[in-house]
Design a protein around this ligand. Sequence first.
Ligand code: FES
Ligand SMILES: [Fe+2]
Length: 449
Amino acid sequence: MLSREANELMCRVGAGTPMGKALRRYWMPVLQSSDLPAPDCDPFPLEIMGDKFVAFRNSRGEVGILDELCCHRQASLVMGRCEGNGIRCLFHGWKFAVDGTVLETPNVNDPQFKTRVRAKAYPVREAGGLIWAFFGPAEVEPPFPHHPWFDVPASNRLNVYALNNANYVQVFEALVDSSHLNILHADGLGLSANLQNLNFAAAAEMSFDAAPLIEVDDTTFGFHYAALRGGSKPGEDLHVRITAVLAPFQVANPNEDLWMFVVPINDYQSIHFHVWAHPERQMGEEPLRSNMLKHVGLDEEALRNFNMTWDTLNAKDQPDRLNYFRQNRAAMKQGRFSGLHSFTQEDAAVTRSAGALKDRTKETLAPTDTAVARYYRMLINTAQGMDSGKEPIGVRADPMQIFGRNVTVPYGTDWRTLVPTHTVTSRHRSAPEARVERKVKSFVPEGAA
Ligand code: FES
Ligand SMILES: [Fe+2]
């Protein structure tokens, strides 16, 4: 449970808010390279943290992100023409380079005039199939973080995102909530165990225990959390899933082939970026690419059917309580657990069913929510730290040193030895005595097929 004030503090991301100020200190992905598919392609109407921008690619292939409204008289540059070395405003023809330089002002005679104005442009990078931006003050721009999957060939990488009609914290917290996996996703995990060339078998192994012990180590970059199953007595193997959480909204998944970011579009909508990458598996090539996307419900059709694409996100017809979030109730009667399409739709349905920005004053957190509670705390501390001039946590973290793990180890193994590169700042576990008293708790829904 959180106070109303604390909930507002961590969820509101507008430019003037404490959290908004903190988030603007990090580099963040904002689009995929494929959203600007070619030089001089159509510009992209971008919204991040409640601010509106235009993203475009010039004829040299460079990406620019500018404030959406033209610095002359505020016409939207989304209608602009991408011409050669910049984007031209439709109203009076001013033309801007990717760095905001005014290249032409055809309605002004004085040739010096354009040197005295500049469009607001943001630092941009393109790496790992993503377009990244930094929205904070220039004097505190941190080094651009290098991720391990930047170095993997495009054929071995799969970029995809889903849009959500929910606040970023709400979408993110399901990523630090191991105990929902074999309940909400029971149908999908059952199927996953049979999928040879997809790396889901690892996740499916956890199905034997619905109430893992959760341990969290706060670190200098955010935190590590371990979901521990089994291993409660000598001779019994311990199944460990370690997730690395990088502030403010990144996850290195325990399967070691998936990284995720949940970036706020505004207070009520977010972009959930997924990057799968593997040194050998060609995740970016067919048929693996389509198999993967279809299996988790991230293929174009499944996303569109659940209003998770740009053209459907704000449509009038939405999954909601009156249509049971598009559940198939008949399939549930025949043995399906959730009645929802797949992992992505299951997560989206439960997330948005709480309201676009949920009221956490009414929540009752359980021992298995230890990592969720730590995530809230990390964000709240970060937002509060902005007043005292503290640098937000993890702004300079090196993602090359940060990873998840999914392994089975002998009884008594300390999971921390599996992720040796992190510096612990404090420790938390789901219940002090849980390790001794813990019993494997299987979950079988009534009427399951
Ligand atoms: S409003 Fe853009 S050129 Fe005048
Ligand atoms: Fe989930």
